[in-house]
Design a protein around this ligand. Structure first.
Ligand SMILES: CC(C)(COP(=O)(O)OP(=O)(O)OC[C@H]1O[C@@H](n2cnc3c(N)ncnc32)[C@H](O)[C@@H]1OP(=O)(O)O)[C@@H](O)C(=O)NCCC(=O)NCCS
Length: 274
């Protein structure tokens, strides 16, 4: 092993997107090369190479002047438990501190063990669900096109900070759909192995579930979403409709929250984006 190379955290660029995808695919994640290109172009994405191969990554994605997301924390199997994730996340936090940004992330259970000692604390429980059994067909004709400005406004209200750049990018991608029904609004976008539903905002549980049913009826392939767990009953209701919980995520924050978050989403944009 080239020790000096493995000790060096480097900033990644456009030409690293394909190697990043190899890492996320090794862990069976759903990100596409378009996601990686977004991180290396719009974020500060760092990596460690060993013998020229990208073996570990982490990305800091500033959403606005106050808040940023950390994600794509990945270490190839053979290089784990050598402190690489700790070093990379530490670098992201240092950059965020320099830019005076509060940082957030959605942690897998293994990730949370890395982030806690670095000063992150849990703020919200999430559940990744995958549709395993299709419910009876819903009325697909009722679906309308959602307005990006409505999605941005709901999102800002829920998170307490603005994600216009991200939501504009995600909704403009090939295959993306922004859908609205009875005041509920959701984005549906391509993933590597499954279509991803979220963020989803709705006035109540019933309209959130109706929108999901109608989206499912209009999608033919695998679908997944990342639901906010808690008192809304959303996760239980999805499980009764043929969705299965795959894994938990814990939303964590480093630093003080800048604005008190408002009404919660039913489903988030995805652990990589928040
Ligand atoms: C989670 C992951 C990024 C950790 O990478 P890593 O480089 O092995 O982490 P570190 O070596 O910096 O670990 C630091 C500490 O975190 C804890 N830790 C890390 N991975 C752990 C695991 N799988 N189980 C329990 N504790 C773990 C340990 O306390 C470890 O210190 P130690 O090795 O001295 O005991 C890596 O296992 C991975 O890529 N997993 C799959 C993708 C993933 O879940 N990423 C996180 C997304 S939020």
């Amino acid at each position: 092993m080239a020790v000096t190379e493995a000790d060096t955290v480097v900033r990644l660029g456009d030409s690293d997107a394909a190697a990043g995808l190899v890492l996320s695919t090794e862990t069976h994640w759903n990100q596409t090369e378009a996601d990686w290109r977004f991180f290396v172009r719009r974020g500060l994405t760092f990596g460690v190479r060993e013998d020229g191969e990208l073996v570990a990554t982490a990305a800091l994605l500033p959403h606005n002047a106050t808040d940023a997301w950390i994600s794509m924390v990945l270490v190839t199997q053979r290089c784990r438990r050598r402190g690489l994730a700790t070093r990379l996340v530490d670098r992201c936090v240092a950059e965020a501190d320099r830019l005076k940004l509060t940082t957030w992330l959605d942690a897998t259970p293994a990730g949370a063990t890395v982030y806690e000692p670095l000063g992150f604390s849990g703020v919200l429980e999430l559940r990744r669900l995958r549709l395993t059994q299709r419910p009876p067909l819903a009325e697909a004709a009722a679906l309308g096109a959602g307005k990006l400005s409505d999605m941005i406004a709901h999102d800002r209200g829920a998170l307490g900070f603005d994600r216009t750049a991200l939501l504009t990018e995600l909704s403009a991608r090939d295959g993306s759909r922004l859908l609205e029904l009875n005041g509920a609004i959701s984005l549906v976008r391509d993933g590597r192995v499954a279509r991803h539903i979220g963020p989803l905002y709705a006035p109540d549980l019933s309209s959130a579930l109706t929108l999901i049913d109608v989206i499912v009826a209009s999608e033919t392939g695998p679908v997944l979403l990342d639901a906010v767990a808690g008192s809304s009953g959303f996760v239980d209701a999805l499980q009764q409709r043929g969705w299965a919980v795959e894994r938990p995520f814990l939303r964590m924050r480093h630093g003080a929250g800048t604005t008190a978050p408002g009404e919660l989403p039913f489903a988030v944009a995805g652990p990589e984006y928040g």
